[in-house]
Each structure stands twice: as structure tokens, then as C-alpha cells.
Ligand binder design. Structure first.
Ligand code: BJW
Ligand code: ZN
Length: 252
């Protein structure tokens, strides 16, 4: 396996692919929202620091202590509601707006891509802004950050509501993951932005794209478990690297 080019400067191949008309898939993780002030999971100071994720992000944890799990998600809803999309979210929306075949598959649940204007988007791990009933299965949008009292209950059947996010040991939404897999097979260019690439099956998409022949570029200030496989690694924050890529491909 050849080692990837690690650099702050995009290659001429990447700029040519950006200017072209081929399918583009963008895969994002928590790092893309870091510059909006939203913590990642596994970096220093991240959401999992000093916390066992299995005590917060599994169906078993929710069954054992729904109020604790809800306090975690309520705090994140409150924080995300006051956060703003950053230049990385906007650059991804600008790339889509060039009108080429495009898909954004995000692991993020914060809603910042949508607020930046992304339209062709699949949410692999659900949304902080959707609630699902543990009794009747009804799912609906709820944009108010603070839910009182916790845990909230279903108006229709009285059972507990849960955040419609994907916890460990739960399957990803089939249609959304299927769209991302198809895009990984068809894409000419894949940008993997701000993810540690350790959570499966989301992290299988970048490998699938490589195996199908795509040029796969990782944008991350740190090396990850995917870096040695990437066709190119741009070592910098997404909010700097992505706007620079857009400016390089479409000057003026
Ligand atoms: C910057 C930056 C800047 C910083 N700019 N970058 C093998 C195959 C399949 C599954 C498994 C497997 N091995 C184990 C599993 C199970 C498990 C798994 O993957 N575990 C691993 C951790 C070992 N997977 C699952 O359980 C999944 N489900 C499943 O497999 O179901 C099977 C099944 C089938 C049929 C029936 C039943 C079951 C589900 C996974 C769900 C993950 N959920 C979470 C929580 C979501 C809700 C919430 O938000 O609370 O998703 S965990 C958490 O990790 C969250 C994230 O989306 C996900 C990924 O994290 P992400 O985004 O990569 O963040 P970080 O913090 O890890 O990385 C941030 C990166 O940003 C870093 O690299 C920084 O350097 C970088 N960065 N600043 C750019 N400015
Ligand atoms: Zn219900």
C-alpha cells in the first residue's frame, strides 16, 4: 500500500477532480463541527473523555437510566442550537451547489450541514432534532432545545421518547446507508472530513470507495486509522482546508 501524500497543499489531481463533473461523495464526522464550538467524541476534551460511551450511547444505557442519557442529549441540543455553521459546512454546501452529482453522508447529529444549505444529505447516525417513541414508534421533529420534564413522553401513547440517534449495537438506517454505499461505489472523488474512521459501518464507506477506484482525500489535522489508505491527506482544520479547496478550484 503506497503511503498517502500528507500536505497542506492540494495536489493538481485533486483540483482537476474538483473542477470536473464526476460524482462527489463527502463523508463527515464530528471534526467538521469543531470550529463551530461543538466537541468531538475522541479528541482531548471530547464527549467521551472520562466517560464510558457504553453508559450513554447504547439501548441498555437508556433502559437503565433514561434520565441520565436524556440530560446528556438535552445539553447537546442546547449547545447545538446556539452554534453556527462554520466555513467548512458552507464550503461543502458550495461544492454541492456547483450542480454535479453529489452526496453528503454525515455521522453528525447536530443539524449544522442542513443549516449551511446542504440538501443532498444522508444522516448515518440520526439527528438530535428528531424524537422517536419507544412505544408506538412515532418519529417527529422537535427543534426546541430544552425538553421538560426529562425524559419526555409521547402525546399519543404515553411511552417514553428517545432521541432518534443511532447508538452502539443499533443498525444504521437502511435507506440512508444504502444511498451512501451506492455513492461510494459511483464516486470519482471522495472527501473524508473530520472523522477518526473508527466507528463501523460508517468507516467502511471510505474503504469501499477506494476499492471501487475513487480518489479518496482525507481532511483532518491529525492522522487517523484511514490515513495510510487515503489517496491524499490534507493536514489541517476543515474550516481552513475546505474553503481553500473551493477557492483553488473556482478562483474569483
Ligand atoms: C478535525 C478538526 C477540524 C478535530 N477539522 N477535523 C466492525 C464492523 C461493524 C460494526 C462494528 C465493528 N466493530 C465494532 C462494531 C460496533 C460498533 C463500532 O464501530 N465500534 C467501534 C467504536 C469499535 N458500531 C456500532 O455499534 C454501529 N452499529 C452496528 O454495527 O450495528 C450492527 C447491527 C446490525 C443489525 C442489527 C443490530 C446491529 C452503530 C454505531 C453508532 C455510533 N454512534 C455514535 C453516537 C451517535 C449519537 C450521538 O451523537 O450521541 O456516533 S458514537 C460517535 O462516534 C458518534 C459519531 O458519529 C461516531 C464517529 O465519531 P467521529 O465523528 O469520527 O468523531 P471522533 O471524535 O472519533 O473523531 C473526530 C475527528 O475529527 C478526529 O480524527 C480529529 O482529529 C478530527 N478533527 N478537529 C477536521 N477542525
Ligand atoms: Zn408513542
Amino acid at each position: 500500500m503506497p503511503s498517502p501524500m500528507t500536505s497542506m497543499t492540494p495536489s493538481s489531481r485533486l483540483i482537476a477532480l474538483l473542477k470536473g463533473r464526476g460524482h462527489v461523495l463527502v463523508l463527515t464526522g464530528a471534526g467538521v463541527s469543531r470550529e463551530s464550538g461543538i466537541a468531538t467524541f475522541r479528541d482531548a476534551g471530547g464527549l467521551w473523555e472520562g466517560v464510558d460511551p457504553m453508559q450513554l450511547a447504547t439501548p441498555r444505557a437508556f433502559a437503565a437510566d433514561p434520565e441520565r442519557v436524556w440530560r446528556f442529549y438535552d445539553a447537546r441540543r442546547t449547545h447545538a442550537a446556539s452554534a453556527q455553521p462554520n466555513p467548512a459546512h458552507r464550503a461543502i454546501a458550495a461544492l454541492e451547489a456547483t450542480g454535479r452529482p453529489f452526496l453528503l453522508a454525515t455521522q453528525n447529529v447536530d443539524g449544522l450541514h442542513e443549516r449551511a444549505g446542504s440538501k443532498e444529505l444522508v444522516r448515518l447516525h440520526g439527528s438530535l432534532w428528531r424524537l422517536r417513541c419507544t412505544g408506538c414508534g412515532d418519529e417527529h421533529e422537535d427543534l426546541q432545545p430544552k425538553l421538560e420534564p426529562l425524559p419526555p413522553h409521547c402525546d399519543a401513547c404515553g411511552a417514553m421518547l428517545r432521541p432518534a440517534v443511532v447508538w452502539f449495537e443499533e443498525p444504521l438506517p437502511m435507506i440512508e446507508f444504502g444511498r451512501a454505499q451506492s455513492a461510494a461505489r459511483e464516486a470519482e472523488l471522495v472527501l473524508v472530513v473530520g472523522t477518526s474512521s473508527v466507528v463501523y459501518p460508517a468507516a467502511s464507506l471510505q474503504m469501499a470507495a477506494l476499492e471501487a477506484g475513487a480518489y479518496v482525500v482525507e481532511i483532518n489535522p491529525e492522522a487517523t486509522s484511514f490515513s495510510t489508505h487515503a489517496s491524499e491527506h490534507l493536514a489541517g482544520p476543515a474550516g481552513v482546508v475546505l474553503p481553500a479547496l473551493v477557492a483553488a478550484a473556482w478562483p474569483g
